[in-house]
Design a protein. Structure first.
Length: 128
C-alpha cells in the first residue's frame, strides 16, 4: 500500500560519496573547483569537503577501482553531479587545466558540458 505524501519522512541530503583510487587527489580537484573546505578528518583512505550548510562531499578509496566508461554502460557512471557556473568556457578550461578530461561525446550542445573528473566520473556544468 502506498502511504500518503504526508506520512513519509522528510529527508535532508547530508552527504554524497564517490568511489575512487586516490581520495586525497580527487578531494583536491573538487576543492579547487568548488572552493569547499577540506574536512578535518580527511586521510589517504577517505577524504571529504564540506559546504557551509553542512553538505559533505566524500571520496573513498576502493581497491581495484574501475573508472566509469561514459557515455557507454560497460562500467556505469555510478553517480552524476551537476554544477552551475557563470561562464561555461572559462569553467571548462580551468577544470581541464586542473585534471578533468573532456570526452568527445557532448550531448548538451551550447547549454551544458560534460567533463570527467580525474577519477573518470562524469559531471555536468550548466549555466547559472
Amino acid at each position: 500500500m502506498i502511504k500518503p505524501a504526508g506520512a513519509t519522512p522528510r529527508m535532508k541530503l547530508t552527504a554524497i560519496t564517490l568511489d575512487c583510487a586516490d581520495p586525497e587527489a580527487l578531494a583536491a580537484f573538487y576543492q579547487r573547483a568548488t572552493g569547499l573546505g577540506l574536512h578535518e578528518e580527511s586521510d589517504a583512505d577517505f577524504a571529504g569537503l564540506t559546504r557551509e550548510d553542512g553538505l559533505f562531499l566524500g571520496f573513498q578509496r576502493v581497491d581495484g577501482y574501475v573508472a566509469p566508461r561514459w557515455p557507454g554502460q560497460a562500467v556505469p557512471q555510478q553517480v552524476h553531479l551537476d554544477f552551475e557556473v557563470e561562464d561555461l568556457d572559462e569553467a571548462e578550461a580551468l577544470l581541464l587545466e586542473w585534471g578533468a578530461v573532456k570526452p568527445a561525446h557532448q550531448p548538451g550542445g551550447e547549454g551544458w558540458r560534460v567533463p570527467l573528473d580525474p577519477a573518470g566520473h562524469p559531471f555536468c556544468l550548466t549555466r547559472a
